[in-house]
Unconditional design. Structure first.
Length: 329
């Protein structure tokens, strides 16, 4: 029996549904009213496949998600961001505070990205997520190693609204209340899509070759997606797997050869089609449903896998923040 199949929770569903229609997608970034907290805390974050859970989750505080596109952004990560927004993720938690964009360059400095993510954690009280496509996936992995202290023992905080580096390398942890360094910050979820070693060689990114498939403990969960027979990434029938160097939960997903390396982020259509949207909501890693017929299923498995992880960590982080707020009272 669903944890939400109770009269009180049904009332919360109705209230949040009306609020979502009035406030728009950004409601997920707001702190929920006290009357909503019981239903939010009652959500089972590992089982969010039903419509009720999706509606209630719209009232949950949402972590910042930073999306990094590839080196030649013929297709950026904006279509993926549009997919997330259409699925219910708050737009305000996806847009760059500096310029309002939904996608960012993968030619940035990993220390800058790490400092910005630390700023978001300190201010939002939610562990961020980081997802990159192609070279963007390389910057994701490099940022995880940067947070682990692989390149520098100290990382300066970065104000995402101005892009300016701040004169401190510590934050006040919003959960413990204790001052701590930026180095060692853990992200909720990170993912790399179609990120291969061949491009690292061609672009002269030698320092990342021995690190590209190693995932440190600075991501609670990491998923590496490869496309079979991907000539741009240099992937053959199988790809070299990502491996955890410690306790990070690492998954490797090999996508079918019908996937396009360049077109992998094109997912906005999947949220608009009832059949593919239903597939995404029903998808589970251990029991994926059969692909729907008669509709555009491009990138469907990738979208479903990512949405499952993002929605789960949205729930986990939101509940963590709510419980921290309650214990502080």
């Amino acid at each position: 029996m669903s944890r939400l199949s109770c009269p009180a929770c049904a009332l919360v569903v109705a209230v949040v549904s009306v609020a979502a229609l009035i406030a728009g997608p950004a409601i997920g970034a707001q702190v929920p009213a006290p009357s909503h907290r019981a239903a939010l805390l009652a959500l089972d974050c590992d089982r969010l496949g039903n419509g009720e859970a999706t509606v209630v989750l719209a009232g949950m505080p949402a972590p910042r998600i930073v999306l990094l596109h590839g080196s030649i952004p013929v297709v950026t990560m904006e279509p993926f961001a549009r997919f997330l927004i259409a699925m219910g993720y708050p737009e305000s938690s996806l847009r760059d505070p500096l310029d309002g964009s939904l996608t960012r360059s993968s030619f940035g400095d990993s220390a800058h990205v790490a400092g910005m993510l630390a700023w978001h954690y300190e201010h939002d009280r939610l562990r961020p997520m980081l997802i990159g496509h192609s070279q963007g996936g390389m910057l994701v992995v490099r940022t995880l190693h940067t947070l682990a202290g692989a390149f520098d023992p100290a990382i300066a905080l970065v104000d995402p609204a101005t892009g300016e580096t701040l004169p401190r390398t510590v934050i006040r942890d919003p959960v413990t209340g204790i001052e701590r360094p930026v180095v060692g910050l853990t992200l909720a979820f990170a993912a790399a899509i179609a990120t291969g070693k061949l491009a690292r060689v061609l672009l002269g990114q030698w320092t990342m070759l021995p690190l590209l498939r190693k995932v440190p403990d600075t991501a609670l969960e990491f998923t590496g997606f490869a496309i079979a027979w991907d000539p741009i990434a240099g992937t053959l029938a199988e790809d070299e797997p990502y491996l955890a160097t410690g306790t990070s939960h690492v998954r490797n997903v090999l996508l079918p050869a019908r996937y396009s390396h360049i077109g992998a982020p094109l997912m906005a259509h999947l949220a608009a089609q009832p059949a593919t949207r239903a597939y995404i909501l029903a998808w589970r890693p251990d029991a994926p449903p059969a692909l729907p017929e008669g509709v555009d299923v491009r990138n469907l498995e990738l979208a479903a896998d990512l949405w499952h992880s993002i929605r789960r960590h949205w729930c986990v982080e939101g509940q963590r923040r709510l419980r921290t707020e309650e214990s502080a009272r």
